[in-house]
Design a protein around this ligand. Structure first.
Ligand code: SF4
Length: 288
């Protein structure tokens, strides 16, 4: 079998890579990653990916947007949105997800797998290929969605953190590899300034990554629509980052902690009569 790990750079995908290699050996394992612009994918995630790759003795295979290999030439979530003048695509999914991750993943699968080896010797036979994801025991819906999607592509999928008994590792710290520091402030290793994220994420970005906040603000101006929608007095409407800025400034001067782990954020925010029913979610991307 060929084992393709959807290696996002998040901690869970790292654990999956280790479990798969420990079970099957490293010979037929591929660490498939979408490299992202280093401004919004922090260098520490790149450090984590490369330490894991070194530990496993497997080079990372990159499936990047437009096959761009130079990190600094990679567009970020704002660049791709500006280019298409929208934050969402025709199917009303996040455009950044489909441009930066889903499409490169599907293109890579198209170019590297096939139904019949007699035609393409250098490709992986679909019936002998399994795609692995780092979804955990609580993520039934994501597992079901991904299972159906991968099946429709003629491939198998597996979810070791959810289904495998006798797990051998629960943190990469056990190997001396520190999980990405992004988890110190955020619940998921998404892009900084994630277009799918909630207000708490944007508050953290405002406090800790002001350049990214500014780029997001100017992207909203160029596109003419807001990244966030919120409910005010029960009515859902767009809210621009420029409108949130004075609120965030006040919260910062009130010493509200700049972390997604702060549990009272919703209560603090409700003071400003803005309600958001949102829990941080990992990027639901093509290979994540
Ligand atoms: S992590 Fe967020 S910003 Fe990045 S591609 Fe996914 S949805 Fe877009």
């Amino acid at each position: 079998m060929n084992h393709i790990i959807c290696f996002s750079g998040g901690h869970s995908s790292g654990l999956v890579a280790i479990e798969v290699v420990r079970r099957f050996g490293k010979e037929n394992v591929i660490l498939l990653n979408h490299n992202l612009n280093p401004i919004t994918e922090l260098p520490d995630i790149k450090r984590f990916k490369s330490q894991l790759s070194e530990y496993l003795g497997i080079e990372i295979t990159y499936a990047n947007i437009d096959n761009i290999q130079n990190d600094y030439e990679l567009p970020d979530q704002f660049d791709v949105s500006i280019k298409s003048k929208s934050f969402i695509n025709a199917n009303r999914n996040m455009l950044c997800t489909s441009r930066l991750k889903t499409k490169p993943f599907e293109d890579w699968i198209d170019n590297n797998t096939y139904e019949n080896h007699n035609l393409f010797f250098d490709r992986y036979l679909k019936s002998e290929t399994v795609i692995y994801y780092g979804f955990d025991a609580t993520e039934d819906e994501r597992v079901m969605r991904r299972y159906e999607k991968i099946k429709s592509m003629g491939l198998k999928s597996d979810y070791p953190l959810k289904f495998w008994k006798n797990r051998t590792i629960f943190s990469t710290s056990e190997l001396g590899i520190k999980p990405p520091i992004v988890y110190d402030f955020f619940k998921h290793a998404n892009c900084i300034g994630c277009l799918k994220a909630g207000l708490q994420h944007w508050y953290v970005v405002f406090c800790l990554y002001p350049k990214i906040f500014e780029k997001a603000k100017s992207t909203e101006k160029i596109i003419g629509f807001s990244i966030k929608m919120v409910s005010t007095k029960g009515i859902k409407k767009p809210i621009f980052l420029e409108q949130l800025e004075p609120i965030f400034k006040k919260m910062r001067s009130d010493h509200i902690p700049a972390t997604e782990h702060y549990p009272h954020f919703k209560k603090v925010f409700a003071k400003y009569k803005i309600v958001e029913n949102y829990e941080p979610i990992p990027c639901d991307c093509g290979s994540y």
